[in-house]
Design a protein around this ligand. Structure first.
Ligand code: SAM
Ligand code: SF4
Length: 323
């Protein structure tokens, strides 16, 4: 469906938990987050009910995220349930990959079509330090298995000044011999990310050109998001850049978000949303639910406004929003 700015909204990101098996330094505090009551989180049946109505309004692409989606029990059962919703064309997952180790085939069979693996360093020690405990060899196994199963695979890396800058060419190399896209995401000043320094996209692009030579623009559509892609000579895959700060992409925004506690969130940097959980638990009918979704999506904010003062600026961390 179209919002009031004429943007086609066909993509829903669903966060199914705030919890995570890792504590990445730009995302989660070291000592974790307060536990949300299990009953405060939408059940899988409630999520599917929302998705059914959203699909009737034109949502075609889903992303399951978190926290760490695989840290919630039965995540692959949810994928199976979402796969059965009429109108849904693709289901992807954003994951740190660790809990997918050994389960990639099962995920494909459940209906997963794509996976975005978060990977900020190949060096095992630095990876462990940035994630506060992760084992990069598991992520590499999941990467191999996902490609072997025919999943569309993207790698998401967040460059952080003074931390993983030296890792960036090595990460980009993962796109050389396979169709994997490696995307560099500009660090956003949300939650724990506000205390660290981003590396601007232009600078990363220049470094990539210094390592790999001139890069051709790659216009093949690789997903439903705001990345732009460049392909160095001799590479099978591409290098992507997502720069919410230096290249605002609000004009092409196609997405809304559902938080694990059932808030429909209309923009990354705005806290205003609709409390779908209260509606669902208050006995809302499907037709009413669809109308609430339609009205909310229509009034999606024009822009994220990271550089401006935003009256309802988002205070939640990325693990609560889902990235
Ligand atoms: N746990 C899963 C993962 O790491 O892929 C899914 C949730 S995580 C919040 C989604 C994405 O958000 C990850 O790729 C992570 O690197 C990114 N992220 C977290 N905090 C961020 C920040 N402050 N700025 C930019 N990206 C961030
Ligand atoms: Fe967990 Fe993902 Fe946040 Fe890392 S980025 S702490 S893996 S939710």
């Amino acid at each position: 469906m179209l919002d009031k700015m004429g943007r086609e909204i066909d993509y829903l990101r669903i966060s199914i938990t705030d919890r995570c098996n890792l504590r990445c330094i730009y995302c989660m505090p070291e000592d974790g987050i307060p536990d949300i009551q299990h009953t405060d989180i939408l059940s899988y049946e409630e999520i599917v009910r929302i998705v059914r109505q959203a699909a009737e309004l034109g949502i075609r692409h889903l992303r399951v995220t978190g926290g760490e989606p695989m840290a919630r029990r039965g995540c692959l059962d949810l994928i199976r349930m979402l796969h059965a919703v009429p109108g849904i064309e693709t289901i992807s997952m954003t994951t740190n990959g660790l809990l997918l180790d050994g389960r990639v085939r099962e995920a494909c069979d459940a209906g997963l079509t794509a996976v975005n693996l978060s990977l900020d360093a190949l060096d095992p020690e630095l990876y462990r330090r940035m994630t506060r405990g992760g084992d990069v060899t598991k992520v590499m196994r999941v990467l191999r298995d996902a490609a072997a199963c025919g999943l569309s695979v993207k790698i998401n890396a967040v460059p952080v000044r003074g931390l993983n800058e030296q890792e960036l060419p090595g990460l980009a190399e993962l796109a050389r011999n396979s169709g994997v896209s490696v995307r560099f995401i500009e660090l956003m000043p949300l939650g724990c990310g506000a205390d660290l320094q981003p590396v601007p996209t232009e600078e990363i692009r220049e470094r990539m050109e210094a390592c790999f030579g001139t890069m051709q623009e790659d216009t093949k559509r690789r997903g439903y998001g705001p990345a732009y892609y460049l392909r160095p000579e001799g590479f099978k895959g591409s290098i992507g850049f997502i720069s919410p700060l230096s290249h605002e992409f609000c004009g092409q925004c196609n997405r809304v978000r559902l938080t694990s506690d059932g808030q429909l969130k209309l923009c990354l940097n705005h806290s205003a949303g609709v409390d779908l959980r209260t509606l669902l638990r208050g006995g809302v009918e499907d037709a009413q639910l669809k109308e609430v979704l339609r009205t909310a999506i229509e009034r999606k904010p024009e822009r994220h406004g990271f550089h401006e003062s935003v009256a309802d600026r988002e205070n939640r961390r990325m693990n609560e929003i889902g990235g």
